[in-house]
Design a protein around this ligand. Sequence first.
Ligand SMILES: [Zn+2]
Length: 151
Amino acid sequence: MKKKDQWYLGQQIEVRKYERDKKDWWFPIIVGLTILFGLGAILFSCRSDEVYAAEVWKITSYCACQKCCGPNAQGITASGKKVSEGMVACNWLPFGTKVNIEGLGVFSVQDRGAKSLFGSKTNHIKHLDVFLPTHKQALKFGVKYLEVKII
Ligand SMILES: [Zn+2]
């Protein structure tokens, strides 16, 4: 074999080795990521089935007045925003959580209010306070029991 051919063969082997190494390096990562995403999707769907199933909650309403929010009412929610329609008060859901109240639409948790969990330790009745612009509307709203879904 000529020296030039030997060099050429050597280069080819080097290239193949390099390509094989490259493939070996990527392959487990791709397989790993695929499994990870698959498991994540399965876990997420199980979780959403359990936690986000609709159930009946107690729904009341409040406005920004002193009767509803006490003598220090400022029209500012517990999350620091100006009260506006589309907001609800709940003591145990994080700010920004979106809830879909049957027949009323989607609301965002922006305030803290009265006790939000009633009933016994094993049978919770969850409570949401819906913000309405006037006290009259809040009174008229009264107490409702509606299906709520956390979205
Ligand atoms: Zn009021």
